[in-house]
Design a protein. Structure first.
Length: 397
């Protein structure tokens, strides 16, 4: 039985759009929110004794906690299957060993961590658009490591995406150069880390393809197990980062300070809770949408998600009067919008929604279908999107 069978598809899509946007906005807002420092440090334009919640790796832990919640769904489905088990033997392959999920979880950790660092330097809308680079890397890596080939139309679609991302990145650099003395280097650093994160995300997808496709793993099991591995890994990583000297209250990322800020700042705690819950709900809705809506709908949903994030930041600036959480419309925003439109065109073409005269016969393409859907009666292998890592289809804008 499909997930959420009694909920209309439009309602699931609306919740997915809302939670996906909340995920990005809450993640960015945490970086901009001031909270008390465990050592009384004052940074930026925060009040005395406070500093921004600049904790990308702590956010990683919250993301993995959100992903691991899907294991509750796995347990529920297993119990239901056992109650309704028929006498025939189960034809489904046995789940892979637990350690199979460790490599993709490690790549997920790196990808999300690097992307979080990048978000510190660029706006949420630019960050959301730059995440589309994951499809470019996935296509390239699948050719080299999975022996796939790309049709000419797919190559053209990926090229459009590269062009669109270049326009978006250029607009961000020009805005930073005009508004600060850093000469645009802040945006370059942010975009570079974001793209590096998407490279790790693409490698994660290729790894999942190699290790898990033959096992026909339910998507909820894959996401949940990677979340569980990620929690264990992040506890180790955060412990090590607390020992490494740095600018975060004496550490590279001080975990005691993170807990102190969460305890003493209702705003940061609320944003972290929103981030955690939005990841859990977004993943559940994403798996449902992948079964019940077409690639056209999913493409439009992700495009709307990016637009909603951008509109929210513009509204925060012009209506809410917040330069901390908002983003102004600049002369270079038209360049960003043009890049966004080009990316959407590449998306639609990559997903065969738009065909051009030079389109050729379908072959073994460089698109990666990762893991089996949770519908036990389905033989298809749709991709899985997590809130902080891109979809294998071109649905990341």
């Amino acid at each position: 039985m499909p997930l959420l069978p009694h909920v209309p598809a439009w309602a699931v899509a609306a919740v997915m759009l809302l939670t996906g946007s909340l995920n990005t906005l809450s993640k960015k807002a945490m970086f901009e929110t001031c909270a008390p420092s465990i050592r009384g440090h004052t940074r930026g334009d925060c009040p005395s004794g406070e500093e921004p919640f600049n904790k990308p790796w702590t956010q990683n832990l919250a993301m993995f906690l959100g992903e691991s919640m899907l294991l509750l769904l796995v347990l529920y489905k297993n119990r239901r299957r056992q109650r309704h088990q028929v006498s025939e033997p189960n034809s489904r392959p046995s789940p892979p060993p637990v350690y199979y999920f460790a490599p993709p979880a490690a790549l997920d950790l790196l990808g999300t961590g690097f992307s979080g660092i990048g978000m510190n330097f660029i706006s949420a809308s630019v960050w959301q658009m730059m995440r589309g680079s994951i499809v470019v890397f996935t296509a390239i890596l699948s050719v080299f490591f999975l022996g796939r080939s790309m049709r000419r139309s797919k190559v053209f679609a990926v090229s459009c995406t590269v062009l669109g991302l270049t326009l978006v990145g250029t607009s961000s650099v020009l805005d930073t150069r005009a508004s600060s003395s850093s000469g645009g280097w802040g945006s370059i650093i942010g975009i570079s880390f974001t793209i590096l994160g998407q490279l790790c995300g693409a490698a994660q997808m290729i790894t999942e393809e190699r290790l898990l496709k033959a096992r026909r793993c339910p998507s909820s099991l894959v996401v949940g197990m990677e979340g569980l591995w990620g929690i264990g890994s992040m506890l180790v990583v955060l412990t090590v980062m607390s020992w490494i000297p740095g600018g975060d209250n004496g550490s590279y990322e001080n975990s005691r300070d993170s807990l102190y800020k969460l305890e003493h700042s209702k705003a940061v705690f609320t944003l972290m809770l929103t981030y955690f819950l939005s990841i859990s709900v977004f993943n559940l809705c994403g798996m449902t949408v992948s079964r019940r809506l077409s690639s056209v709908h999913r493409t439009m949903l992700d495009s709307l998600r990016t637009m909603l994030v951008w509109i929210a930041q513009l509204s925060a600036y012009y209506i809410g009067g917040s330069s901390r959480y908002g983003t102004p419309w600049t002369p270079h925003s038209w360049l960003q919008f043009a890049g966004f439109v080009v990316c959407i065109f590449g998306t639609l073409m990559y997903n065969d929604v738009i065909s051009l005269p030079f389109g050729d016969v379908r072959t073994d393409e460089a698109s990666v279908a990762l893991i089996e859907d949770d519908d036990d009666e389905s033989s298809s292998m749709p991709s899985v999107e997590t809130a902080d890592s891109g979809d294998t289809e071109m649905n990341n804008y």
